[in-house]
Design a protein. Structure first.
Lengths: 688, 580
């Protein structure tokens, strides 16, 4: 018997998904261990071994694959615990990193401060030398100043160096020379060179990304080395793969070289799993929402893969590597309800977290949270929360809501709790609008896939606010990201700038760039043992004199044939789709900015188990009923409660109903009907 | 309004929905406009207004535009009462009927539910050209509105869904650039998006419910604003500031004087004692000046108050016609938005003694330039507004430092720098420097935001440089013992060695390739005595090169070893003691 394991280390919990050769699967959660996350990972493996009734060593030896999503890089940035890092950059522009193009996100808040830069000014060293926008050297590189800087940096205790010079995407010679000098002077240091990390035009994007990469590099490297050693100690001799922010996998050596590619490592696993569960319902696009204790994440699946962006941010710092396009808002089970000065009810973004937690946890939390409201509304069984591991204190929830919400607003206790539920649903619907409407997409055209322990109680209401007809709650809802990790492919993204009028671009040069990137992809994927390799090409194009580009996927054969006409036509159509107009009639020319290649190494993902078929009738797994709010009528009623673990494929349950599982509870509201599919998902559809 | 109908939870949800609609309208503008000042600098605003023109919600990108739509909307609602139909679209820019600036042209679309006018959707953006004597509209020689712009009082360009082709053509026959026509279509598009979304909301909750909850939302915002005002002691507080150089008479100065009256839950800003208008283009309009007043005051209150009509109800603004902030017909006024910084200074000076914990010290004022000419690499013309060069520091507060390189208070960090590499691709120029300017921040227990120095080499002959702004005579002021920031400056170093300093309103032609353009945007004012700034922070700033050793010693009383930057404790203690 062999095993494959997906491990998603989150802030509070480490989620694990276990697949066994016999086709059985299991979801597990253990507490995360932020001081050394590998301890939590090991604990998770121990728990899984125990669940399989095996000694740890036997289980570890039988595990052929571990796919790991890690927050190590993210946390290093958020807590500013990355490596002491220096930046060597072109004389005259060393403050670009800190200026962030001069933006203040909150225009009316004079107390709002700029982000502390990852490299303080004294460690941002100006180096003379200049390449112009055509890639020609106009001032030679001052090698002596690099040697002097290296000497200083040694004294400053720097362990990582970022190198980013003006126009290095057009000519990397100065950066390469500088890197060689630094590596010779300071052996063992981590170096991050912009023309290797992200050879694209736009200085701020590049310098910010290169510095992020340098800052998290040593931390991720030592974590991975530590983890690899610990896993080896258990007897694990299989393959370890790391989840990257682009939704693809890579071997540890590759991520050690490009550590910034793991900044959204955890959540990036979700869309792949969402795609698999959505495809069982015949959809290749979907919206994924994940509601945990403190935050609500929304992301998108297009054509079976995670929708990415290359103008993302982490902690207000630009990262221009392709990464999951995700909208995060402060809405979770722990979100605190409060009343603003104008007398309006608000939910979050402050959260009671896991400690003190919601009032009903009885751990000292006094402020009313979303979970307290859900308990009051009858959606949660005080005796069966987390499968009965935690008994909820209904009286504490009532007290807290009464005192801080109901009385100040002169509402009944029930109306206050219902209000909290509605407001947080409205906030989450707004988050879904951000990821769809703001990207030019209509949410009604996508099914909503729901993950996270708290999400399935709110899904129907989020969907109905947006007019989304179908909601899918996967069997692995509470560990969806860990599941997705096991289902993902190896993937590497490459980009090169190639700026100029499309009509004047030398096709030979373009083909050369594409071939160079594809070869790099082949090399990496071959080293990772990929058998089936595939490349996808995209061009960043815009109309002449525009400022924002559109990334246009194009078939490789189009480029090979030099068929610009078809590319131009496709651009007009895509621009029209996104922005509602095109300039074909005016004959406006196009400008090429970047060329992109995505190299995919197809894996053979494990088959997820199918649920045994049953009839439409599920009355035999009905556990009873309880008084709960029916959102559509605004009134309490006796709502049937079902055992979610005993449902069979084909079962149909009309709302209102509650389907209880140990990891989550699904609310089927009155306007919805639930059907269970063979993948084990509960599919909710608005009827009538 | 019937109290019984109010669902306080639904009120919050409808409030969110209004905001989502104006955000979506804004996104439509951002993605579909072409002029860089719209799609890059986002100099536009979108909003929803009720049938009477009262603001329901808006998405403001530059605060100075934020309160400039509602007065026009009220004007149109009033003037066309009984003559508004589904499918109508109005254009408007006229500064003598509540417009804020000639170039800021608005589109308004009435929203009908059945037969009834229930709301307006509106979008307004800074257009690349609006006719008048000078391309782009900044004409320092103008003395009358017609030398600046085509006046568009409220006119229907669509009636009952039908384009009024003659009116449309009349307007665009008087505007130089064809992109303006496209960008105005984008404004109409944004209004249509707003109309569709609001109607969907009405379908969902019912018109009576929406109207009742609208009033409730106004009330909620009003209460929040009243609570903020109630925290200011009652009384009358005066402040003044100076506007330098009207673009015609070198050395000319004008005073802005404000009397702020606080009575329990109401606040009045009375500008009656300000100087008369100028005979040039350095004049405000009522709307631009009132917008400046509101945005400055909003920075002194809870930043989370929803922006709707209720928020404005407790605020009264008096600006007599004929004064510099409200020039009488037919004055030139294009510089009016840029009177926001001195207006803000006057308000801050008035309120600083009363609410010292809520004001900033002085902000760096705007001094902006743009260059135009031929780009030989692209064999095409270019226009570049040097956004990166114009942004100095904000003033410090009692409990926090100012913000570095944020720009003038009327944008407050809403305008992005150009990317350096794109700048070199899209203009013929070469960037030599864009960095924080050492010693530019006003000193204090909390320092002002840093200014920046921007240097580029002009890359083609016959370049034209236009400068407009202020802040080259009087620096940003400090408060409570904090010191002032540094001045703005633009210089051209010609290849043959001549150095020309640009005036604050200037147009310099025939600049040859190889000329070096040098601009300094000053720092913001400091707050509190510099000797109270922690010694370690002073040391770090010296190490970081944004404060000189000499300033550390002379201003902060911190003495450092010039090689090791170690603190010389005895000398520092002695110096700081002396300064007390």
């Amino acid at each position: 018997m062999s095993f494959k394991v997906g491990i998603d280390v989150g802030g509070t919990f480490t989620d694990l998904f276990l697949w066994a050769e016999d086709g059985s699967v299991g979801s597990f959660k253990v507490l995360s261990t932020p001081q050394d996350p590998s301890l939590g990972v090991l604990e998770g493996i121990r728990v899984m071994a125990e669940a399989r009734g095996m000694p740890l060593a036997d289980f570890a030896r039988a595990t052929s694959l571990i796919v790991h999503g890690t927050t190590v890089a993210t946390n290093a940035v958020l807590t500013r615990n990355g490596a002491p890092t220096a930046l060597l950059t072109t004389e005259g522009v060393r403050d670009a990193l800190e200026m962030r193009r001069g933006i203040r996100e909150k225009q009316y808040d004079n107390r709002y401060q700029n982000v502390v830069p990852l490299v303080p000014r004294r460690l941002r060293r100006a180096i003379a030398g200049r390449i112009d926008f055509r890639g020609e050297e106009t001032i030679p590189l001052d090698v002596e100043s690099i040697n002097r800087a290296a000497e200083d940096l040694r004294r400053e205790g720097v362990t990582s160096v970022a190198i980013c010079f003006m126009h290095s995407y057009a000519n990397p010679a100065h950066e390469r020379e500088a890197a060689a000098v630094v590596r010779a002077a300071l052996p063992g240091l981590f170096t991050s060179v912009s023309s290797e990390v992200l050879p694209v035009i736009r200085f701020y994007d590049r310098v910010s990304t290169t510095v992020l990469n340098a800052y998290v590099g040593p931390v991720l490297r030592s974590y991975l080395q530590n983890l690899t050693a610990r896993l080896a100690d258990t007897g694990f001799a299989g393959v370890l793969l790391i989840m990257q922010s682009n939704g693809g996998l890579a071997v540890p050596a590759v991520t050690e070289h490009l550590p910034a590619s793991t900044l959204l490592s955890g959540p990036a696993g979700g869309p792949r799993a969402a795609a698999v569960f959505a495809s069982a319902q015949g959809h290749e696009d979907c919206i994924l929402v994940d509601m945990g204790g403190t935050s609500f994440d929304a992301s998108l699946v297009r054509h079976g893969a995670a929708a990415l962006r290359h103008d993302g941010e982490i902690d207000r710092l630009r990262i221009a590597l392709p990464m999951l396009d995700i909208v995060t808002i402060g809405a979770g089970g722990g979100s605190i309800g409060w009343i603003d000065e104008g007398g309006l009810l608000r939910m979050g973004p402050a959260s009671a977290g896991a400690l003190p937690g919601p009032a009903c946890y009885g751990r000292g939390g006094e402020r009313p949270t979303c979970t307290d409201a859900n308990l009051m509304l009858g959606y949660l069984d005080p005796a069966y929360f987390a499968g009965g591991r935690l008994t909820l204190d209904l009286a504490a929830a009532r007290r807290s809501i009464d005192e801080l919400i109901a009385r100040p607003l002169a509402l009944t206790l029930e109306d206050a709790a219902a209000g909290m539920y509605r407001v947080i649903n409205s906030n989450m619907a707004h988050g879904v609008r951000e990821i769809t409407v703001k990207r030019g997409l209509d949410p009604r055209e996508f099914p909503l896939v729901v993950a996270g322990g708290a999400g399935p109680l709110h899904a129907c209401m989020i969907a109905s606010e947006l007019g989304i007809p179908t909601v899918i709650v996967p069997s692995a809802a509470s560990t969806l990201c860990a599941t997705g990790m096991l289902l993902s492919d190896l993937q590497h993204d490459f980009v090169r700038s190639c700026v100029g009028s499309l009509a004047a671009i030398d096709p030979q040069r373009l083909r050369g760039l594409l071939a160079e990137m594809a070869a790099e992809g082949e090399r990496q994927l071959a080293a990772e043992g990929a058998a089936e390799i595939d490349h996808q090409v995209a061009l960043d194009l815009r109309y002449l004199k525009q400022y924002h580009e559109v990334t246009l996927p194009v078939g490789g054969e189009l480029l090979a044939a030099g068929d610009w006409h078809a590319v131009v036509e496709a651009f007009h159509a895509e621009h029209d789709r996104l922005y509602g107009y095109q300039l074909k009639a005016q004959g406006t020319g196009l400008e090429l900015i970047n060329v992109r290649v995505r190299s995919l190494g197809r894996t053979h993902p494990p088959e997820l188990p199918r649920l045994a078929p049953g009839g439409t009738d599920a009355s035999n797994v009905r556990k009873g009923s309880r008084r709960a709010l029916v959102p559509e009528s605004g009134a309490f009623a006796d709502v049937p409660v079902y055992d979610g673990h005993r449902l069979l494929a084909g079962n149909i349950i009309r709302g209102p109903a509650l389907l209880e599982r140990t990891d989550t509870t699904i609310l089927v509201s009155a306007a919805y009907t639930a059907r269970v599919d063979e993948a084990g998902s509960v599919v909710l559809r608005a009827e009538g | 309004m019937t109290e019984a109908m109010i669902d306080k939870v639904l009120a919050a949800i409808i409030g969110n929905a209004f905001k989502a609609i104006t955000d979506e309208m804004s996104l439509t503008m951002e993605k579909t406009t072409r002029s860089p000042i719209l799609c890059e600098a986002k100099d536009f605003v979108t909003g929803l207004y009720d049938a009477e023109g009262r603001m329901l919600e808006q998405t403001e990108n530059l605060p100075i535009l934020s309160f400039s739509l509602s007065p026009v909307c009220r004007h149109i609602a009033e003037r066309f009462r009984g003559d508004v139909y589904p499918g109508d679209v109005f254009f408007h820019n006229d500064v003598f009927s509540f417009g804020n600036q000639n170039n800021d042209v608005a589109a308004f679309k009435p929203i009908f539910y059945g037969e009834t006018l229930v709301a307006w959707a509106a979008a307004k953006g800074h257009q690349a050209d609006i006719g008048g004597a000078v391309r782009g509209g900044y004409n320092p020689n103008a003395t009358e509105v017609w030398q600046e712009a085509l006046r568009i009082p409220a006119v229907k360009v669509f009636e009952r869904g039908k384009l009024r082709r003659d009116v449309w053509e009349l307007i665009f026959a008087n505007i130089r650039l064809s992109i303006v026509e496209e960008d105005m279509r984008a404004e109409i598009g944004a209004c249509t998006v707003g109309e569709r979304r609001l109607l969907a909301l009405i379908e969902k909750y019912g018109i009576d419910s929406i109207l009742a909850h609208k009033e409730y939302l106004f009330e909620a915002s009003r209460k929040m604003m009243e609570a903020e005002i109630a925290r200011i002691p009652n009384g009358e507080f005066c402040g003044e500031s100076t506007v330098y150089y009207d673009g015609k008479n070198e050395g000319s100065t004008y005073k802005i004087r404000v009397r702020v009256k606080v009575e329990d839950k109401r606040i009045t800003f009375d500008y009656s004692q300000s100087d008369p208008q100028t005979n040039g283009f350095v004049n405000g309009t009522f709307t631009s000046s009132a917008s400046a007043t509101v945005l400055t005051f909003l920075q002194m209150v809870n930043p989370d108050i929803p922006h709707n009509d209720g928020m404005l109800q407790p605020i009264e603004i008096i600006i007599p016609e004929g004064t510099i902030l409200n020039a009488a017909y037919p004055a030139a006024t294009t510089f009016g938005n840029h009177l926001c910084p001195p207006n803000a200074d006057a308000i801050i000076r008035a309120l600083a003694p009363v609410i010292p914990e809520r004001v900033t010290a002085g902000w760096n004022q705007l001094l902006c330039s743009l260059s135009t000419g031929m780009n030989p690499h692209r064999r095409d013309t270019y226009v570049d507004i040097l956004f990166m060069g114009l942004k100095g520091g904000s003033g410090a507060m009692r409990d926090s430092d100012g913000y570095d390189h944020i720009g003038m208070i009327d944008a407050s960090g809403g305008v992005l720098d150009q990317d350096y590499e794109m700048f070199e691709h899209m203009t013929p120029h070469t960037l030599i420097k864009h960095e924080f300017l050492c010693d530019s921040a006003g000193a204090g227990r909390h320092r002002g935001g840093l200014g920046v120095e921007t240097i580029y080499r002009v890359g083609s002959d016959a370049t034209q440089v236009v400068a407009f702004g202020d802040g080259d005579v009087e620096p940003a002021f400090g408060l409570e013992g904090g010191t002032e920031g540094t001045l703005n400056k633009i210089e051209l170093h010609y290849p043959e060695g001549r150095v020309v300093r640009a005036k604050s309103k200037d147009l310099i032609s025939g600049v040859p390739a190889g000329t070096v353009y040098v601009q300094q945007a000053g720092g913001g004012g400091g707050y509190g005595p510099p000797t109270e700034r922690p010694v370690e922070r002073v040391r770090q700033e010296v190490r970081d090169g944004i404060l000189s050793l000499a300033s550390a010693r002379n201003i902060y009383g911190v003495v450092l070893d010039s090689l090791t930057y170690e603190i010389l404790a005895d000398e520092t203690a002695r110096l700081r003691e002396e300064r007390k």
